[in-house]
Write a protein that binds this ligand. Structure first.
Ligand SMILES: Nc1ncnc2c1ncn2[C@@H]1O[C@H](COP(=O)(O)OP(=O)(O)OP(=O)(O)O)[C@@H](O)[C@H]1O
Ligand SMILES: [Mg+2]
Length: 262
């Protein structure tokens, strides 16, 4: 899937009128209370070509409004699988996932895509910046997919680019930005629909240590000053220490102990 298709997949949804006809009002989707994420006994089994992988095993956790949570663990421990389930990009094999008070099991794929588009912002290791769009257009894209008015979107996108320190590149094409600059754009884009949380999978993975530190300070600042709930996957304990709490995964299970998990 190319970057444009991927961003459309993350943030698009069908017309609200159709949703209303299905009995799920968009207002209802927006106005739920904490916790932002509640998982209970969540397991994920991949079963391809008769190879069975237990990627997650009975994971239970909560992410509350305003949290900054790091998910750590060795490669293959299930971090991305967990984040993808939190982000309604994938469904669990068993267990309960509540996002902003809604039981995702009871939701159709369309409802999940609405929830995802309106409530969740995504930042990945590769920023998925669309190279031939300008920085401003990249940030506006999820809002355009949500059919929000263009003038307001442009204003909001400009504010977010100011917030993430990259507004001076607003009219530049995405292809011309450095890795760190692209991630700043990706964070602004993740915030354009005023989500309840940002999910970031190795957001500093493509950056050097200076760039990684700068990006972490930006994420921490947004969390503290703007109250943006953030869940971040990282390999590095140094980066995890920026978070308020860590959830450590091993072999698909949450490790419990002092300062680890719940
Ligand atoms: N679509 C899939 N089909 C089969 N197995 C999969 C699939 N996706 C992930 N897995 C397996 O599930 C396990 C957890 O994968 P996951 O990508 O969640 O790990 P991770 O902790 O994010 O690793 P990394 O740090 O390398 O990104 C791994 O053993 C992986 O090979
Ligand atoms: Mg991963």
């Amino acid at each position: 899937m190319n970057d444009l298709r991927f961003v459309i997949y993350l943030y698009s949804y069908g017309p609200p009128t159709i949703v209303a006809a299905e009995g799920v009002s968009c207002t209802e989707l927006v106005e739920q209370g904490p916790p932002v994420v509640r998982m209970n006994g969540v397991s994920k089994v991949y079963n391809e070509y008769s190879n069975v992988v237990h990627a997650l095993q009975s994971v239970s956790l909560e992410v509350n409004d305003g949290d900054f949570v790091a998910i750590t663990g060795p490669s293959g421990s299930g971090k991305s699988t967990l984040l993808n389930i939190m982000g309604c990009l994938d469904r669990p094999s068993s267990g309960k996932v509540m996002i902003d008070g809604r039981d995702t099991a009871a939701m159709s794929d369309r409802d999940l895509s609405i929830l995802r588009g309106r409530k969740i912002g995504f930042v990945f290791q590769g920023s998925n910046i669309i190279p031939h769009l300008t920085v401003l257009e990249n940030v506006m894209l999820p809002g355009i997919l949500q059919k929000r008015p263009m003038a307001k979107l442009r204003e909001r996108a400009t504010q977010l680019l100011e917030l993430t320190g990259i507004v001076h590149r607003a009219t530049h094409k995405g292809i011309h930005l450095s890795g760190g600059e692209q991630q700043r754009v990706a964070i602004a884009r993740a915030l354009i629909n005023d989500p309840v949380m940002i999910l970031a999978d190795e957001p500093t993975g493509a950056l050097d240590s200076v760039g990684a530190g700068e990006l972490m300070r930006l994420l921490v600042g947004l969390n503290k000053q703007r109250h943006i709930t953030t869940v971040m996957v990282t390999h590095e304990s140094k980066l995890a220490s920026y978070a308020q709490r860590s959830i450590q995964l091993r072999d698909g299970q949450v490790m419990h102990g002092p300062n680890i998990g719940w």
